[in-house]
Design a protein around this ligand. Structure first.
Ligand code: GLU
Length: 483
């Protein structure tokens, strides 16, 4: 049987890291086996619908390379692929009525007041009312009459009070619950829309979905879905409920962390490929210890049996490291295109910016790091003279003052400010004086940059600045050292 998976997002806002992980795993399960990956838009909860969210979904899928074989924009014969459009075909009502026929569902005409007076229970932090099956006892005539009068209704699942239901999850194994614990959930709402609870079953079956990957917040409802499959006599798909993604404090990864969505991460200068790579490892691990995976490699290696049940901690430090590896390996032109906006933002003076970009490529983990590496270019920072002290180079404020004063006339007499020429010049000076290289290069680099760490050496910085600015900075250093 051909594997068919689906990513079924609700258009409710940004692409949460957890959703992107579900999409990725669904994609990988399908592609690993030459199957089909489908996109289905679950927009039946009109209250949660956010304008523009569907576009975010398309954009993210395209950017991350999770290309669907079927979806609203690519008909594969299983459409419509948007639930609100599926609803218009009457599919959900048709199947709900079939359940009513079988005694597995019933019309409920209870008004808000009555529902508000029912016993409530807290399920997953949310208070829900437990329906008391009041309308199950309505006679056929009463139901017909209510319907004829146009009385608002919902259709509920009819779960028995005895017996138990078992369903299977690939990670969690067989899960059995007493039917008594299953509330008579709503299948069709008063507005005619199906609930997620009903639509996911009807759609996954009618769209021939073989594997469902989703967050484990759906685990507790799955016995009810299983009862629907059983009632229809359908085979349920393979379920993989993914562990929660938490922040460093082991709390559910939320907006507050500042990096809970794909968009947040892009804004923070992370590279798409690194994000996808990192997210793949949030709960899944390969057989070897490899950590760097292209999407193609993931397709080859991904095995959903290796997903772990334990919560996955979103480790931004690890992602930063991984991102740095991607930047290092990146094609220079692509890198330049991505780095340049950050360089332009930091450096306004007339210097060779491509050179600056090449200097920092191996030093940054994310693009915004560029700022701290190049903040000395426009303006010499106000540094401490302690910086001239370097144990290994045997330098301190006094030796530096002496060297800098001595070398200014040498630099003034020289006109070729190319790196090679400057280097030869300083080496000649070093030799004549019988100094060690660092004894001279360290104070120059310090004076020219005002920084402990620089992305390039003394003569490269001098080349970047040119003669006037170099000498100006060295003289400023001398003034500083003279107090
Ligand atoms: N629309 C659901 C969501 O976005 C999909 C859950 C599922 O994959 O079945 O959470």
């Amino acid at each position: 049987m051909k594997i068919r998976t689906r990513y079924a997002p609700s258009p409710t806002g940004k692409m949460h890291v957890g959703n992107l992980r579900s999409a990725l795993y669904e994609f990988l399960i399908a592609k690993h086996d030459g199957g089909d990956f489908m996109l289905r838009i679950e927009d039946t909860d009109q209250e949660r619908f956010v304008e523009g969210a569907t576009e975010i979904i398309y954009r993210t899928m395209e950017k991350t390379g999770l290309i669907h074989d079927e979806g609203p924009d690519k008909d594969g014969g299983y459409g419509p692929y948007i639930q609100s459009e599926r609803m218009k075909t009457g599919i959900y009502l048709k199947y709900a009525k079939e359940l009513i026929e079988k005694g597995e569902a019933y019309y409920c005409f209870c008004d808000k007041e009555r529902l508000d007076s029912l016993r409530t229970e807290v399920v997953e932090g949310k208070e829900i009312s437990i329906y008391d099956k009041h309308c199950l006892s309505l006679s056929k005539e009463e139901i017909e009459k209510n319907l004829a009068e146009g009385k608002p209704y919902v259709i509920r699942q009819n779960n028995p009070n005895e017996g138990s239901t078992t369903f299977h999850d690939e990670l969690y194994g067989d899960i059995t619950v007493d039917n008594e614990q299953l509330d008579d959930m709503i299948l069709i709402k008063t507005d005619g829309y199906p609930t997620y609870n009903f639509a996911n079953v009807v759609d996954d079956h009618t769209m021939n979905i073989t594997h469902v990957v989703r967050g484990n917040e759906y685990l507790s409802s799955s016995p009810k879905y299983q009862r629907l499959y059983d009632a229809f006599g359908w085979q349920s798909p393979v379920y993989v409920h993914l562990p929660l993604i938490t922040d460093e404090n082991h709390k559910k990864l939320s907006k507050r962390s500042g990096h809970s969505s794909f968009e947040d991460l892009l804004e923070q200068g992370f590279v798409t490929e690194a994000i996808v790579n990192y997210i793949a490892l949030l709960g899944w691990s390969p057989e070897d210890n490899n950590e760097i995976f292209s999407l193609d490699q993931l397709i080859k290696d991904f095995d959903y049996h290796r997903i772990s049940k334990s919560p996955a901690v979103f480790d931004i430090v690890k992602l930063r490291w991984m991102n740095g590896e991607y930047i290092k390996a990146m094609d220079f032109d692509k890198y330049l295109e991505m780095a340049m906006p950050y360089i332009d933002d930091t450096v306004h003076s007339d210097v060779d910016k491509t050179k600056l970009a090449s200097w920092v490529k191996t030093r940054i983990e994310t693009f915004p790091d560029i700022k701290e590496h190049l903040d000395f270019v426009d303006l010499l920072p106000d540094y401490d003279i302690e910086m001239y002290t370097h144990k290994k180079m045997k330098t301190n404020a006094e030796t530096s003052l002496e060297v800098l004063k001595d070398i200014v006339p040498v630099l003034e007499a020289h006109d070729d400010y190319s790196n090679d020429s400057l280097y030869a010049l300083i080496m000649k000076y070093v030799e004549e004086k019988g100094y060690k290289n660092g004894y001279v290069l360290w104070p120059i680099r310090t004076a020219v940059s005002g920084k402990q760490m620089t992305p390039a050496g003394a003569t490269e910085l001098m080349e970047l600045f040119g003669k006037d600015e170099t000498i100006r900075r060295i003289k400023a250093g001398i003034a500083k050292l003279e107090g």
